[in-house]
Design a protein around this ligand. Structure first.
Ligand code: GLN
Length: 469
């Protein structure tokens, strides 16, 4: 069910938050052992359902917009008093001492947090196979990954336990799992949503956003979370950017030069079909050229590890979580990090330390930042001409466990999503169609990208094409 449908049923008295929270818990009981979407469940949701019920009864349509709506939260978002692990062994027993701004906002809007979800360790990955606590499975085909790094959040929605889950997106981690699980996934403009209380991965790239069953729900939840926050200096005032207006008909750019190599044929066909539907709906579809987007992956895998290496320096065995003894202080650092971090996290810390080191800074990090700047300029130019850019969300549908053991083949899954984070613009993935693999219909997503602060356009076109509203 969508949030909107639930709300209507609450208001008409057809169901109650108590019943819905109970149904969520029943769903989790029946399915989580296999799917492993959730790491922790919060029993107090039952009491919160009681107060939500009362609020809905007394206030009716005036009740808080998310009153009684169950929601799941990726476990790299801090909730005061709850374990915040980032799916890492190093934080296995770490309890958050404060709540993220987005948690406060969601709660203030009436949402009921029913549990926290599994993810790739510190949000590094595309499959949840990097979780220290074991992977999540794709509810559509359990032989396949749900995507990552917000794979637990995607699985939680796809298995029917919640209408919405929160993920974080540094290079595609909301949009890619949404695509693999047949959901809507939204990555806001950089700075639209506060990062206060999110475990930092790549601070200049990270944003939190919703995974939902409809675009209208994504819009509602995003608007609940967005806004200037004095605890995050990178959050933007509404008037910082020129207003991007929605339109009746959009001019949609397709970066053809970017769609060639390595994209699954069925995915390409699904994408072409979607373009046809856009045309039929009266939108104009034109080719655009974004040659630098092809360099996005290379730039991302320098900028992101550089920021990772710096951000993860805080896990030193002294300040948070795991602490492994050693002869002296240096040995404590080394032992804790050797034992606490998984392979992929270590790989990125090493890469990042390397590209930031004095002899290589100019050759790698400096260059990648230049490419990033040029990508922004290139993109701005294209947006002078078109309203929205469309690409497939991922080059393939959900893959099988163990299929991408070579890190580079895993990184390639991000080819269409990382340019969006590097340039800071918003993007949404909506389910386009399904393709058959091994007798299962696997979802394939399409990504719309808008200019800075152009979320209204994404929600508008998304609702027209997906929600049929
Ligand atoms: N899959 C990408 C990575 O491994 C994106 C991760 C993310 O968005 N958190 O870096």
């Amino acid at each position: 069910m969508t949030i909107k449908e639930l709300r209507e049923k609450y208001l008409s008295g057809e169901t109650t938050p108590e019943e819905v929270i109970q149904a969520s818990f029943d769903n989790i009981k029946a399915k989580n052992e296999e799917i492993h979407a959730y790491l922790h469940i919060y029993e107090e949701a039952v009491e919160e359902a009681n107060s939500a019920s009362k609020e809905l009864q007394t206030k009716g349509g005036e009740a808080a917009p998310l009153a009684g709506i169950p929601i799941a939260i990726k476990n790299n978002v801090l909730i005061k008093g709850k374990k915040a692990t980032g799916s890492s062994k190093i934080l296995e027993n770490y309890t958050a001492t404060y709540s993220a701004t987005i948690i406060k906002k969601l709660k203030a809007a009436g949402a009921i947090i029913i549990g926290s979800t599994n993810m790739d360790e510190f949000a590094m990955g595309s499959s949840t196979e990097n979780s220290a606590f074991g992977p999540s499975k794709n509810p559509i085909d359990t032989a396949r990954v749900p995507g990552g790094s917000s794979g637990g959040s995607a699985a939680a929605v796809a298995m029917g336990s919640v209408p919405v889950a929160i993920g974080t997106d540094t290079g595609g981690s909301i949009r890619q799992p949404a695509s693999y699980c047949g959901l809507v996934g939204f990555k806001p403009t950089y700075g639209a949503v506060s990062r206060y209380g999110l475990m930092a991965m790549g601070s200049s790239l990270d944003q939190a956003g919703p995974l939902t069953n409809s675009v209208a729900d994504a819009e509602l939840v995003h608007n609940t979370m967005a806004g200037k926050d004095s605890y995050d200096m990178t959050t933007i005032d509404d008037d910082t950017y020129p207003k991007v207006e929605k339109k009746e008909q959009y001019k949609i750019g397709v970066p053809r030069d970017f769609l060639s190599e390595g994209v699954d044929e069925d995915v390409l066909e699904a994408f072409e079909d979607h373009l046809e539907t856009l045309r039929e709906a009266g939108h104009e579809v034109v080719d655009v050229s974004l040659p630098l987007f092809a360099k996005g992956l290379a730039a991302y895998y320098i900028v992101m590890p550089a920021e990772v290496s710096s951000n993860l320096a805080r896990y030193d065995g002294i300040r948070y979580g795991l602490s492994v003894d050693g002869e002296d202080l240096l040995a404590v650092y080394e032992n804790t990090r050797a034992e606490g971090f998984g392979e992929e996290v270590k790989r990125r810390i090493l890469l990042g330390t390397y590209v930031l080191s004095s002899g290589y800074y100019d050759a790698y990090y400096g260059k990648a930042e230049t490419v990033r700047q040029m990508m922004r300029i290139e993109l701005d130019k294209v947006f002078d001409d078109v309203d929205i850019i469309a690409t497939p969300t991922t080059p393939t549908p959900a893959f099988k466990f163990g299929e991408k053991e070579d890190p580079l083949s895993m990184y390639r899954q991000d080819i269409f999503t990382v340019p969006v984070n590097l340039t800071g613009v918003p993007a949404i993935s909506i389910p386009a169609t399904t393709v058959e693999r091994d007798g299962k219909n696997l979802p394939v997503g399409v990504q719309y990208i808008a200019p800075h602060a152009g979320e209204v356009r994404l929600f508008d076109l998304g609702k027209k094409m997906h929600d049929k509203a």
